[in-house]
Structure formats: C-alpha cells, structure tokens
Design a protein around this ligand. Sequence first.
Ligand code: SAM
Ligand code: SF4
Length: 435
Amino acid sequence: MNKHINTDPSFIREILAKSLELRVLDMTEVSSLLALEDKALWDEVFDTARKVKEKVYRKRIVLFAPLYLSNECSNDCLYCGFRKGNKDAVRKTLSVDEAVQEAKLLAGRGYKRLLLVTSEHAKLAGIDYIGQVANAIYKNTDIRILHANTAPMSVEDFRKLKSAGIGVYQCFQETYHIPTYRHMHPIGAKSDYAWRLGVIDRAIEAGFEDVGMGVLLGLYDWRWEAAALISHCRRLINKYGFGPHTLSVPRLQPAQGSWINWKHKVSDNDLKKIVAIYRLALPYVGVVVSTREPAQLRDELLSTGASQISAGSKTSPSGYLHDGDTEQFEIGDARSLEEVIDKIVSLGLVPSLCTACYREGRSGGRFRELAEKEGIKNFCHENAMLSLKEYLEDCASGEVKKKLKKVLDEEIAKSSNGLAEKFKLIESGERDIHI
Ligand code: SAM
Ligand code: SF4
C-alpha cells in the first residue's frame, strides 16, 4: 500500500467534505477511500455519495435501454457470449429495417434514449452500417438520442459517427492490467491493448465531448482497476478540461460459451463501494448501472450514487421482437420500464426520460462546469417532470399512471415557472418540450 494512504476518520471526513464541494478527488484521496475498512465509516461514505449525487442532479434517475445490433464477433474475449470461440452461438446482425422495428417497439414503451451496442466484425467495420441505422431510427421513430457502445475506431470514423447524431460514445477498457488484458483478449483487433487505451482520446479528438468509460468488474482486483480508471479520467480532465460524461459499473455475469475464472469476483457490497467511490471521485459524472445487476441491489445503488439505469433490457439482437439469438450475458433485473419507473417513484426519486442536454449543447466542459456549480440540477429536474408528463400521456397504465399523476400534480403545486402551462401543451399533443 502507498505510504500516503490514510484511512483515519478525520482524513476520510475531509475527503467527503471535498466531494460535497463537488471537487474532483486526487489519487491519494481515492486510494484512501479504496483502502477504507471501517464499516461505520462506510455508511457515512454511502450517505455522502447520495448527497453528492443529489447536489449535482437532485432526485432524477435517467432511464434508457440498449439495442443490440449484432452478436457476430471476430474477437474472442473469454468472458463474452458473443466471442468467436462460442460455437453454440446463434448469430445475427440486424438489418437496418429490423433495427428500426426494435427501436419503434421501444419508443412505443416510452423510451427516448437508446444505446446502440455492437460486437466487432468485418460486416460492421467503418461506420456506414451504424450510420445508416442511426439515420433510419431518427427518421422513423420517436427516439430522440442514440448513444453507441461499439468497437474502437479511428478518428476519421469517429467523426462520421458523430455526424450521424450519436450523443455519447462509450467504450470500456475491460481491464487496465496488461497481463490480464492479454489473457482475456487472445485474438482479433481487441487484443491490441494500446488501441483500446487510446480510444477515448480518439473519440474526443473527433468531436465527442460526451464519452462513457468503465472497467469490466471481476477480471482483476477491483480496487486496482477502480484506481486505474479514475486516474485515466483525471488525465483526460487535465488534458481536455473534461473527463467522461458517464462511468459504468459492468460486473462480470455468466455467459454462454464463456471461460470465466471467478477469482476476482466482486461482491454486492464491493459494487456498492465502487459506485460510491466513482460518485465521490468525479462528482459531476453520470454513474450508470445496467440490468446485469439484480433488482434489489439496483434499487439500493440508486441511493449510493448511481444516476442512470437501463431498464427492460435484452442483450441479443432482435431480443425485443423475439427470443432466439445468443445473449451477451445473463440479465439480473427483468423488470419492465414501467415497473422500474414505479419503483423509482416509490423510493422518492424522479424517473427521467429526458434527452435535452445533448441536443442543447450542454456537453463536455460546459456540462462539467454547470454541474460543478450546481447549475445542471434545475434543468434535470424540470426536464424529468416534462418527460414524465409525456410518459403519463402516452404510455403509463393502471396504478403507475395514478402515482405519476399524483407526483406531477404535487410538482405543479410547488412550481412557479410555468410548468402547468407546459403540461397543458403536452396534453394538447405537443411533444419534446424541454429547457
Ligand atoms: N463489442 C464492443 C466491445 O467489446 O467494446 C462493444 C461492447 S460489448 C458488446 C459491451 C460490454 O459488455 C463489453 O465492453 C464488456 O465490458 C461487457 N461484457 C462482455 N461480456 C460480459 C459478461 N459476461 N458479463 C458482463 N459484462 C460483459
Ligand atoms: Fe466481441 Fe465485444 Fe464480446 Fe469481445 S466483448 S467478444 S469484442 S462483443
């Protein structure tokens, strides 16, 4: 352990106070949190992570779903159901029309934001295919923003991806530990560690101000990985004035045909710590929890720093239209979007289907500055309410509809900024009202 690590309660509380001022933590502070054992003090850490999240974003929790475009892959990542070596896989790459059908179905359920996910294969090389899919979805559905989790690209291809209207580009390093990386990625383009390590710089260079990062938790010692990831983010902040827009916490799950060694398995409690540490280390960043995790744990993580969750997800191409193709990994939370919205409301939080920031140019350094000066949360709160009003009008049913109506009525009673008039416009059929 580093001689500067200090887990004295007084130092830990100084770190928590710094985070509450929405300042990015340095590596001594991050390492001290990572080394903390004291259970009672961890409760203070979790509680502070919640407070920091609410200082930046208030109560809103952003919702989205992944749309898997392909499971044909030329890499052989040992942990993934799509790996080339999975001989039992049922392979599929969606046609542009099939991708539109899936997106339409999701839009009909109320989603406004989708994450396009692809494997890595000659069929998907360059961005022609993804660009065509994005254009067709924007043209033919009510989806307002697409993000992309694709294989790393050149700066030139990233420029094209950006001009296809992709909001956030996301790529996980998987592991920063080079021997583990080499072992896990034996063949294909992904076996090049340096190509992957440089992907975020290339995306930023091509104009992506909003990038998503993460490590696949469970491949190597999570404390080491979290420190490496945060240090990578700090380097980006020093270089560009902003770091990632989101940090995800993908935790290794069983997958068909995978070859997983569970030596570095991350426990539920450790995952809670990771979410809290990401939140405290980089207060302005969105922390994303996927449906890899079980429902109860996801609900808990919403009170320890997470700010975005996927819901109602499928991890196979055509998964929303019908079962059959191989999934990437097993899902832990099978609740529908409506069930997750219901739960978020019952936790006293605000579900949000907002997509405003990307389209209003609140990205990169501007987003970071607004968030750190506590200026983003009022946009988030009102936009969340406007998005919920649309959801209420277009999709909600039964008890959830009644609950949402109550939340929105209470909000109107508290609000003095013309929210009632905006709600009336939505009732009369106007859509996409945001600030
Ligand atoms: N194929 C691209 C790539 O590898 O970068 C795009 C993303 S891949 C479809 C999405 C992510 O899923 C991977 O980056 C990896 O972190 C994660 N993943 C793969 N296998 C997993 C598993 N068994 N459990 C949990 N997450 C997994
Ligand atoms: Fe292919 Fe990505 Fe799965 Fe690796 S993680 S096998 S690159 S889909």
